[in-house]
Design a binder for this molecule. Structure first.
Ligand SMILES: *Cc1c(COP(=O)(O)O)cnc(C)c1O
Length: 239
């Protein structure tokens, strides 16, 4: 194995501690229970040595964007007891490759991909655990469910065998102000609560995945219970 001294990678430990403190502070300010937010380390473009170092600091949830990249490095990772989520757009032709390799797919962004996952899961005798990605800013360039059609599409997905919707995920538009970004997070939280109040087969609203390096503190304040942090842990990504 490549050896890296603690010294080289100590910044990762410091960053993780800082993020954890900030999450605890945000929960405390909002009057929310300690420990009620999960921290995901987003490991895209990060090499296995650095990922393993983060795992050794107690990180128990990682997120990857690309099927190919994850499958290429996963055998080098110390993943005992670690949950793996896919957080990037999934193409139908990769469904077969990724199902069963991750614990959850957070980026289910259309009825069609939900159907493809559900069908494949049925044929493998498993259940696909997913979050539905909402395009909360209704941006043209982004995939995801649009808020106004969401109820209808969710009802359709709830009928599929082989899939279990565990919550919602979103990446809001880039915002100039705290008020603006909190507005999007708040809209997501409302949708989450609203859907959660309706009983549907195969749907349980447990996870609200919101917040990245630049805004996770605001996301926690607005009710996120899973934050996805990459560069604030590993430093700026080099592609
Ligand atoms: C890259 C990525 C993140 C992490 O981004 P940072 O700003 O580096 O924290 C979170 N969520 C998704 C969907 C991503 O693609």
């Amino acid at each position: 194995m490549v050896s890296s001294s603690d010294n080289d990678l100590g910044y990762i430990r410091d960053n993780i501690n800082e993020v954890r403190e900030n999450i605890a502070g945000a929960l405390n300010s909002a009057g929310l229970p300690e420990g009620s937010v999960r921290l995901m380390a987003v490991t895209k473009t990060v090499d296995p040595v650095r990922i393993n170092y983060a795992l050794a600091q107690g990180i128990d949830l990682i997120g990857e964007n690309k099927v190919q990249e994850f499958l290429g490095k996963k055998d080098l990772l110390h993943l005992d007891g670690v949950e793996k989520h896919l957080i990037g757009h999934l193409q139908e032709n990769k469904v077969k490759k990724i199902l069963g390799q991750v614990d959850m797919i957070e980026s289910v962004d259309s009825v069609a991909i939900a159907k493809a996952l559900a069908d494949r899961a049925v044929s493998e005798n498993i259940t696909a655990e997913v979050l539905l990605e909402v395009n909360i800013g209704e941006e043209e360039a982004k995939t995801g469910f649009l808020p106004e059609r969401f109820g209808e599409e969710l009802a359709e997905i709830a009928e599929f065998k082989g899939i279990h919707v565990r919550g919602l995920m979103s990446v809001p538009p880039i915002c100039e102000t705290e008020g603006e970004i909190r507005g999007y997070f708040n809209k997501m939280h409302k949708l989450f609560v609203d859907i959660g109040s309706k009983k549907r087969d195969n749907v349980s609203m447990e996870i609200l995945s919101l917040g990245m390096s630049g805004d996770y503190v605001y996301a926690v304040a607005e009710g996120s219970n899973l934050v996805r942090v990459g560069s604030k842990i590993f430093g700026q990504r080099r592609y």
